[in-house]
Design a protein around this ligand. Structure first.
Ligand code: PBG
Length: 327
């Protein structure tokens, strides 16, 4: 009988040893919580497919933002749900549109205590639900959409946002947004580029959260799940155009992409654990099939281990609280 001389199990023996040699720790300061605010609501409303996530009223959003700061999260990503939509998504640009109003509310509430971010995309505001303007034949018009994004970026910056998140996957969007911000005197507003965004079925519950009007799909502008090299090209373009951070989305089914992007660039890399990833775990946990908290933290640890330094997750506030108890 021969025994192994190298015994990795020695480093797993006690909680203290495991803690000492742990390679990856998720820090609450790296978690960003997405929040939805709906125009005209007086009370927050539940979202059926995202248990525990709310469509906020303006008031409840302010309170939730303050609680998120209290929990120590690194940022808040805002999404607006308008009462009325039109083909050009004008509510996204209007300074009195719900998202711009919500930015002002949240900035007034939390100041610089966390990073206030906003989704920079037209899909919540268009009557057809696409991320951009349509040509007469119904295609998404890249360059006309860029002009709208430029205006939207300036409106969000005027409202006081710290970081804009262009997420519509139009070619050239980062450069156009950067130039528009600079020209309007907003050189200090940061661009978190949704550089890599797949045409993913994992966005399903989000569509309910924002009451998306989309019929059809986004495959002519979001990426094919089969591709990884394409992501490196997207990231290189966004960095060249002035992206301060780059994001990969979804997260868990694309950890290889997170890792490849991390190796390719030296700007901070973010990953978005999207609505379907969250819903899947919540649904299994509600059935008693998995341990909700352990799975939650395991997914976040895995996303960080793959190379994401910033993680957007609907669990951000709860995870931040759990992690603070733990360390
Ligand atoms: C676009 C946007 C989407 C998500 C974030 N920003 C929807 C889409 O691209 O189809 C999805 C986020 C999620 O599923 O949690 N405004």
């Amino acid at each position: 009988m021969s025994y192994p001389e190298s015994r990795p199990r020695r480093l797993r023996r006690t909680p203290a040893i495991r803690r000492l040699v742990s390679e990856t720790r998720v820090d609450p300061a790296e978690l960003v919580v997405p929040m939805f605010v709906k125009e005209g609501l007086t009370e927050p409303r539940a979202i059926r497919s995202l248990p525990g996530v709310l469509q906020h009223s303006r008031d409840s959003l302010r309170k939730a933002a303050a609680e998120a700061v209290q929990a120590g999260v690194g940022g808040i990503m805002l999404f607006g749900v308008p009462e009325h939509r039109d083909p050009t998504g004008s509510g996204g640009i209007d300074p009195n549109g719900i998202l711009n109003v919500a930015i002002r509310d949240v900035v007034a509430e939390v100041g610089d205590d966390t990073v206030v971010m906003s989704d920079l995309c037209l899909d919540e505001f268009t009557s057809h639900g696409h991320c951009g303007l349509l040509t007469p034949s119904g295609d998404v018009d890249n360059d006309a959409t860029l002009e709208a994004y430029a205006e939207m970026a300036v409106a969000q910056a005027d409202a006081g946002v710290h970081m804009v998140g262009p997420s519509g996957m139009m070619d050239g969007q980062v450069g156009v947004v950067r130039r528009a911000l600079d020209a309007a005197g907003h050189q200090d507003v940061t661009v978190l580029a949704y550089a890599v965004k797949y045409a993913s079925a994992f966005f399903g519950p989000f569509r309910e959260a924002v009451e998306s009007a989309l019929e059809g799909d986004r495959r002519s502008y979001q990426q094919d799940p089969a591709n990884v090299r394409e992501s490196l090209r997207e990231v290189a373009l966004d960095v060249a155009e002035g992206a301060d951070l780059v994001m990969v989305k979804p997260a868990l089914p694309y950890l290889d992409v997170v890792s490849a992007v991390r190796a390719a660039v030296d700007v901070p890399v973010a990953a978005y654990q999207v609505s379907g990833e969250y819903a899947m775990v919540e649904a299994a946990a509600a059935n008693g099939w998995i341990d909700r908290e352990r799975v939650m933290l395991e997914t976040l640890t895995s996303i960080k281990r793959a190379g994401a330094q910033v993680i957007l997750t609907y669990w951000a506030v709860e995870a931040a609280q759990l992690l603070r108890e733990r360390y």
